[in-house]
Each structure stands twice: as structure tokens, then as C-alpha cells.
Write a protein that binds this ligand. Structure first.
Ligand SMILES: NC(=O)c1ccc[n+]([C@@H]2O[C@H](COP(=O)([O-])OP(=O)(O)OC[C@H]3O[C@@H](n4cnc5c(N)ncnc54)[C@H](OP(=O)(O)O)[C@@H]3O)[C@@H](O)[C@H]2O)c1
Length: 321
């Protein structure tokens, strides 16, 4: 039996026993977007409690390019060659042992592994509402799960006021909309061109940068009850000054937070709950994060580049089929 290997996909046989194959984006070393390659690999098999989908669209998240670049190597070492992507939508093609309540052929979105590929494994999923596109749904899972985690990290009641530093991005869009639904007043920072986007989602928009504390106080004279650092732009001291208590500040992107007494939130907790809330709010016409940039599978490097550059109101997805 002759062994054939792709550039750095897995090796496979050319006999009639050959297993099913697919195209996927992989990288075999840390580096810039150019290390991403389209390769031919074996179709993944779902394990216990997992499903495989034919991917329609994969959501691109900040963690994807950070892993690829090696920024997270100390916390999440990569085994090479590695796929990329954790969010996706598509059609169920295989059920792992123990999976119930879903059938082959169902339209789903969710979170899993190596999603920038023709097929991927999901570990959490939910059926997509009929009027939600595959592309938009692919951008929801991480954004909504993170938004709920931030809101759960601080005890808030309706009528209180929160500050969202980085309100126009994927996570910020979700925080603003979920917080508004909980009856909170939301102040969100964004670059000036993205203020209409932030306002449309229910927040008071202000510009980030110098004199942040004064600008926040001007629009929230009653004070800030909790602040979320989503942009990781070095404003934790200002957020502590505004809330008066480091434990009322939560960051998802600034590792200096721990020494200041700020809450760091880095691990996902409840994807099923997040997907259910996204569906409920979307179906009630109270939630949407538009696709701001759409790439193809072959353009995965550009998708990572665009994600790292930021300043995009909405989500970035790679459409696969
Ligand atoms: N720890 C976790 O569990 C977790 C989970 C999800 C995401 N993250 C991380 O959280 C960060 C945000 O994710 P995302 O998907 O929301 O990213 P994103 O879509 O790129 O949004 C970034 C946000 O930051 C704002 N921003 C950009 N430069 C800024 C600056 N200098 N000062 C203040 N704000 C600035 C952007 O505003 P404009 O576009 O208007 O300029 C935008 O609102 C990323 O680093 C991501 O890796 C962490």
C-alpha cells in the first residue's frame, strides 16, 4: 500500500480502503497568517457526546489568530499540524455515541474544534432558527458565551449602569444586547465611525482614548456599577477608578488584571445556555450581530489578518459552502 502525504495533512492510503477525505485549513508552526495552508486530511469522527457537521460557515475569533501566532503557547500549547477555528454552523452529518435530540441533516450552529474546514466536530450545538443565516449564526457562539460569562461575573440588577470597553466588536455587541435585555443601562466605547452601530444595539456610545474617565462621568453621572474590559487596551486603572472597586471590573483580554485585583475571565463555562439565549433573543427580534466581512475557506489567512486588525463592527466568517 503506497503512503501519500499532503504538504502537511495527515498521511493516507491510495487503496480502495481509503478513508473519506476533506479540505481543511492547518498550520504546522507558529507564525503570521501565511503559515495557514489548505490541506487534504481525513474526515474527523465525532467522539462521545459530539457531532460532525458539514461546515457552511466558520466564525473567526481573536483566539484563532492568537493561537496561530503562538501568543498563547504557554497556556494552550499547540500540537502540530493543527487546525484552526472553534465556532461554526452547518448541517449535521454524523452523531457520536450518546448524542440525542438531533438528527443527521439538521441545521445547527455551535462550538467545537478545527472548524475552518469542510467538516468539523462540534461539542456544543443548537438548531438554527429558520430565519437566521448560516453565516450570521457562525459568528454567535463565542461572542454570546463570553458576554453571558461577563454579565454573570458581577451581580447586577435592572436599572444599574455598566461600561463596556470595546462595545462595537463581536463580544461587545453581544454584551450590549444581553445587558440591555436585563434592564441595564449600557455605556459602550468604540471608534467614532462605529458609534451608530453601538447605539443601534442599545448603548450610549462614547469614544475610547484619553480622558476616558471624564467622558464616562459626563454620560453616567450616577456612576458605573461594573465595567468590562473587552478590548484589552490598557484601561484597567480607569475602569477601577470609575467603579471604585477592582472586583467590579472584569477583563477577558488583559493579563495584568490579576495583580490589580480585577477579575480575569478566560475559560468558557456554558455554551448550551449561551446558544439557547441567542436563539431566544434572535427569535424575539432582540439580538443580531451582522457579518461584517465574509471570506472563503481558501482566504483563511486574510480572515485571520482582518480579525487581528480589528475595527470591524460585527463578525468575520469564512464561508465554506
Ligand atoms: N478570555 C476570553 O474568554 C475571550 C473570549 C472572547 C474574546 N476574547 C478576546 O477579547 C478581545 C475582543 O474580542 P472581540 O471578538 O470582541 O474583538 P473585536 O471584534 O476585534 O472587537 C474589539 C473591540 O475593541 C475596540 N478597540 C479597538 N482598539 C481599541 C483601543 N485602542 N481602545 C479601546 N477599544 C479598542 C474595538 O472598537 P472599534 O472597532 O470601534 O475601534 C472593538 O469594539 C480579543 O482580544 C479576543 O481575543 C477573550
Amino acid at each position: 500500500m503506497r503512503q501519500v502525504s499532503t504538504e502537511y495533512g495527515d498521511s493516507h492510503t491510495t487503496s480502495q480502503e481509503a478513508t473519506a477525505r476533506m479540505k481543511a485549513i492547518q498550520f504546522k508552526e507558529y507564525g503570521g497568517p501565511e503559515v495557514l495552508r489548505l490541506v487534504d486530511v481525513e474526515l474527523p469522527e465525532p467522539g462521545e457526546g459530539e457531532i460532525r457537521i458539514e461546515v457552511s460557515a466558520a466564525g473567526i475569533n481573536g483566539v484563532d489568530y492568537k493561537i496561530r501566532a503562538g501568543y498563547l503557547a504557554d497556556f494552550m500549547p499547540t500540537v502540530f499540524p493543527s487546525g484552526t477555528g472553534i465556532d461554526a454552523s452547518g448541517v449535521v452529518s454524523s452523531l457520536g455515541p450518546g448524542v440525542q435530540g438531533i438528527s443527521v441533516g439538521d441545521r445547527v450552529f455551535g462550538n467545537g474544534r478545527n472548524t475552518v474546514a469542510e467538516s468539523a466536530i462540534l461539542t456544543s450545538w443548537a438548531q438554527i432558527p429558520d430565519d437566521l443565516s448560516f453565516e450570521e449564526a457562525a459568528g454567535y457562539p463565542v461572542a454570546v458565551e463570553t458576554a453571558r460569562r461577563l454579565l454573570n461575573a458581577v451581580n447586577l440588577t435592572a436599572g444599574q449602569t455598566i461600561l463596556v470597553s470595546g462595545a462595537s466588536g463581536g463580544v461587545g455587541s453581544a454584551v450590549v444586547q444581553l445587558a440591555t435585555q436585563r434592564g441595564l443601562n449600557v455605556i459602550g466605547t468604540a471608534s467614532a465611525p462605529n458609534h451608530p452601530y453601538v447605539r443601534d444595539r442599545g448603548a450610549t456610545a462614547i469614544t475610547y482614548g484619553e480622558d476616558l474617565v471624564d467622558r464616562v462621568r459626563a454620560v453616567a453621572p450616577e456612576g458605573i456599577d461594573a465595567a468590562f474590559d473587552i478590548a484589552g487596551s490598557g484601561v484597567l486603572k480607569e475602569l477601577i477608578e470609575l467603579t471604585g472597586d477592582p472586583s467590579r471590573v472584569v477583563t477577558i483580554a488583559d493579563f495584568s488584571g490579576a495583580e490589580l485585583g480585577v477579575q480575569m475571565s478566560t475559560s468558557s463555562t456554558d455554551f448550551p445556555g449561551a446558544l439557547a439565549e441567542a436563539i431566544e433573543l434572535f427569535s424575539a427580534g432582540k439580538f443580531s450581530i451582522p457579518v461584517a466581512r465574509e471570506f472563503t475557506l481558501e482566504q483563511a489567512a486574510q480572515a485571520h489578518e482582518s480579525c487581528a486588525m480589528g475595527h470591524i463592527a460585527g463578525r468575520i466568517v469564512a464561508s465554506v459552502r
